[in-house]
Design a protein around this ligand. Structure first.
Ligand code: MG
Length: 163
């Protein structure tokens, strides 16, 4: 029976008008987007951190410092792929993921299927093994005011042959 490992991830970025909003690799039409060194994709950042956590490999900031020009404006898909590769090298592969997106607007329902498909693809999983949930903060705090977007992620890894 393969070993199963669980990791948790979180990310938050400030939002400003006139920037693209990219979530799980999908550009969502919106009047504001994240201020970030990379593309500011909170979903992929939270999932990548959860992958590293499940493999006991530290955190994103250690491996991909935001002072590194390589990641300036970078698509976070590359960052998640690197984290998955590191987990594989440690003997684990993704088995499932669940994500909460915390965003006041716009509504994400029309975009969830594309986000789910893209996240599954990046993790090497079927869409049925990945879940994306979205909720508002009911007008509370900076997220509720529309000034930030955040994501929480849980990832399960299972033991894999590295042969
Ligand atoms: Mg981030």
């Amino acid at each position: 029976m393969p070993a199963v490992r669980v990791g948790i991830g979180f990310d938050i970025h400030r939002l400003e008008p006139g920037r693209p909003l990219v979530l799980a690799g999908v550009e969502v039409p919106a009047d504001r987007g994240p201020v970030a060194h990379s593309d500011g994709d909170v979903v992929l950042h939270a999932v990548a951190d959860a992958v590293l956590g499940a493999a006991a490999l530290g955190d994103l900031g250690e491996h991909f410092p935001d002072t590194d020009p390589v990641w300036k404006g970078a698509a976070s898909a590359g960052l998640l792929s690197r984290a998955v590769d590191m987990a594989r090298a440690a003997g684990y592969r993704p088995a499932g993921a669940d994500v909460n997106v915390l965003l006041e607007r716009p509504k994400l329902a029309p975009h969830k299927p594309a986000m789910r498909a893209r996240l599954a693809e990046l993790l090497g999983l079927e869409a049925a093994q990945v879940n994306i949930k979205a909720r508002t903060m009911e007008g509370l705090d900076a997220i509720g005011a529309g000034d930030a977007v955040a994501a929480q992620a849980v990832v399960v890894l299972e033991g894999a042959s590295t042969a």
